[in-house]
Design a protein around this ligand. Structure first.
Ligand code: PXL
Length: 277
């Protein structure tokens, strides 16, 4: 296995088990060097805490990029998550063009919404700009809320394969080469992930675990990136990430007041085992 370096661009929520505090340990555990570019620094994430601080780092990005170019620092993959501002999305798109190695993978988690709602602070202008970033994605990893927003489709909690197929085609029409659509459930008690490339549909279904916890989208995308960069196929990576998230949810549900994130750390060993199979 050749040694690979990933750049991940997302916020530091100091407390909250999401974004960079998940991506850095998870991708590192996959055996991949992980460089970070914080999009913003928050005292906590925005889901359930109130009065959090928010420092937007948009204006630091051009100088960071210029320094990396001067030092000839390049990455084998660039993975983006929660971004700090609409203007920043343009800078991030520029990073794809300027600091990716030849053949680098661009992986976009359009982290901006869940359960039918945008996260606090995001608006329609942000969604429009995010469509432009998705156009550059080799792998786009949305949940169904984000996917519906990106396609200007109605968000539904009940749907059939035709609705999902329409979303997948629209995401590819935006320009995304592959789509990994999470949280897709066709049968009660089950959920799963679709791995799609224009015309090629694969689905990994698994049990739905009640008591969903915050931050599993970030754990999913980080494990997917780690496995993919380690050389697993998109489908294997999607399956490993799903199985790992299941382990995280099981570990978290052992205690019922751990509401703000998932306990991904005690089960990192299981992720490494899955990768080594
Ligand atoms: O997990 C997504 C996420 C990332 N970063 C911040 C968030 C959220 C979701 O609410 O608030 C700051």
């Amino acid at each position: 296995m050749s040694y690979k370096r990933v750049l991940t661009i997302q916020d530091i929520s100091c407390v909250g088990q999401c974004s960079l505090t998940v991506a850095l340990p998870v991708i590192s555990a996959c055996g991949v060097e992980t460089a970070v570019l914080p999009s913003a620094v928050l005292s906590t994430h925005t889901a359930g805490f109130s009065g959090y601080t928010f420092r937007d780092l948009t204006d630091d990005m051009p100088a960071i990029k210029e320094h990396w170019i001067k030092e000839n620092i390049k990455f084998d993959a660039i993975y983006t998550g929660y971004l700090g501002s609409t203007k920043q999305i343009g800078y991030v798109a520029d990073m794809f063009d300027s600091v990716g190695n030849c053949g680098a993978l661009n992986i976009v988690d359009p982290a901006m919404a869940d359960n039918g709602k945008l996260y606090p602070g995001f608006d329609a202008e942000f969604v429009e700009a995010m469509k432009g970033l998705c156009a550059k994605a080799d792998y786009l990893v949305p949940n169904i809320t984000e996917a519906a927003l990106l396609c200007d489709m109605e968000y539904r909690t009940e749907y059939d394969r035709a609705y999902v197929d329409e979303i997948l085609d629209k995401l590819c029409d935006l320009g995304a080469k592959n789509v990994v659509l999470t949280g897709i459930s066709y049968t009660e008690g089950k959920t799963g992930v679709v791995v799609y490339k224009k015309g090629e549909y694969q689905y990994y279904e698994h049990d739905f675990l009640p008591g969903s916890c915050h931050g599993t989208g970030d754990i999913y995308a980080s494990a997917f990136v780690g496995a993919l960069v380690r050389g697993k196929s998109a489908y294997e990576s999607a399956k490993i990430a799903a199985d790992y998230v299941i382990e995280c949810i099981k570990a978290t549900s052992e205690e019922n007041n751990h509401w703000y994130g998932a306990k991904f750390e005690p089960v990192l060993g299981k992720l490494i085992e899955m990768l080594n199979k």
